[in-house]
Design a binder for this molecule. Sequence first.
Ligand SMILES: [Zn+2]
Length: 274
Amino acid sequence: VIALSKPTLSLALVLGSLATGDRVDNLRANAAALIAGEALYDQLGDTAQLFAYPRPTPSSVGADSKWSYEQRLANKKGAARTLYAEMREASPWNKCPLCHHRPVGTLDHYLPQKIYPTLALVPLNLIPTCRDCNWVKQQFVAASEAEQPLHPYYDDFAADDWLQADLVEGPGAPLVFRAVPLAGWTGVQADRVKKHFGDLGLNDLYAANAGAEVQAIRARLRELLAVAGSDAVSEHLRSEADSRASDITDPWRSVAYSAWGSSDWFCAGGFDID
Ligand SMILES: [Zn+2]
């Protein structure tokens, strides 16, 4: 997960930007309760307890929050569309903070708006993500701390630390990626990262990209092997891995170069087998 700073936008500012109408008036009349909900959200988020956020009972405030999100915030012609755009652009290089790879295409309600409509407009609950990651999450609601999806405003599990790959010595030299918990993590933290990795299908995503990368660099490796031998191939790949290690986007790349560079089989020509 790419850790993002909490949005500087507050719910109060959003409520003040929704133009006018009965539904917006209803929200403003109930602003104190909505803002108390935002404060509770932040308190639970800071201690990784958002699964315990109380489910609101159906109300006009919930329905009007949801309506205002759709019509005034997300709608391209909505009065608060600039705030939506500002939140959507918060991730570096427009990369989805959940998969580190695809471009941001939407805002995801961390606690789904269908079940938590009074949080529909709360900036802390709105995360810029790609459409694929958003689709996977759907209406999922965690029943325990360990089931909670990772939250880019509250969690910092940068994938360059826990992502590893094993090389399969065979045609195409495929890599199998996995999430490896770090020594200092609690069991709950390990469960959350493994679930994140599995649910979002990150092995499939990274393995496909790594497979394409082998094709892209094959001619260069072939030439290096012929001219300078397999040690030179290994040195080249390791140096590429080091150079990419500080790239917070596409962490699969550094992990892949490292796995290739440390495989004698790959460096001696395994990269060239179809
Ligand atoms: Zn994504």
